[in-house]
Design a protein around this ligand. Structure first.
Ligand SMILES: *Cc1c(COP(=O)(O)O)cnc(C)c1O
Length: 206
């Protein structure tokens, strides 16, 4: 199935989330034609336009992932537009998403973003909260955004740490969204179940 990518040297594979941010709608159409049904966007307005366009084209099978930081004032729109929020970075946001999902009578798939490296400048949990009782959310697992690197091996320890963290929390799902164009093969080796690919599919962004 083309939704999956496999490393050339192992039998491991992961789901591709095609990151179309900054690219025109044609990128969504291309991904869709290739059989990639999971699409990632990081800005609400841009995503809204593409989602409307996708509807016009009659695409009913796209799974939309929000991969960027969600501002409080955008929560309602995010819940209305997206199927997954891969970048849930605070307990406050979990509460707000849960409330909004209830209003829209929707079960929202979410990943908890973890700031593995502990960098101040990055969004994400440093620890996984104990009490994760949100009736309208399906907490599918964890996500991390590793730094951009030339040598993908530099991020192996980050991916390994996320996998280890996931094994210590029993109350949530086992999805692991980690790895981007620069390091996705290493991420898959370390247990990624989803990789988020933009440049590798569509070329460099400006
Ligand atoms: C842009 C982005 C990606 C994709 O990055 P590429 O280098 O184009 O593969 C993945 N994850 C997040 C959170 C992003 O913002």
């Amino acid at each position: 199935m083309k939704n999956n990518i496999q490393t050339p040297w192992t039998s491991l594979s992961a789901t591709v989330v095609a990151v179309t941010k900054t690219f025109p709608f044609e990128a969504v159409a291309t991904a869709h034609a290739m059989g990639l049904k999971n699409i990632g966007e990081n800005r609400v307005e841009e995503a809204g336009d593409k989602i409307a366009e996708a509807k016009k084209h009659g695409y009913t099978d796209v799974v939309w992932h929000m991969i960027g930081h969600v501002q409080s004032r955008k929560v309602k729109e995010v819940v209305e537009l997206f199927d997954w929020v891969d970048s849930v970075d605070s307990i406050e946001l979990l509460k707000k998403l849960d409330n909004a999902a209830g209003v829209f009578n929707k079960k929202l798939h979410v990943l908890l973003e973890v700031n593995v490296s502990g960098e101040q400048s990055k969004y994400g949990f440093q620890q996984i909260p104990k009490d994760l009782n949100f009736p309208n959310l399906i907490i599918e697992g964890l996500m991390t955004m590793a730094p951009y690197v030339k040598n993908p091996q530099e991020n192996r320890k980050i991916f390994r740490a996320l996998k280890q963290l996931s094994e210590t929390v029993s109350s949530i799902g086992k999805e692991l969204s980690m790895g981007t164009s620069c390091d996705y093969l290493v991420a898959i080796e370390e247990g990624a179940t989803q990789v988020r690919l933009g440049a590798a599919l569509f070329g460099p962004r400006r």
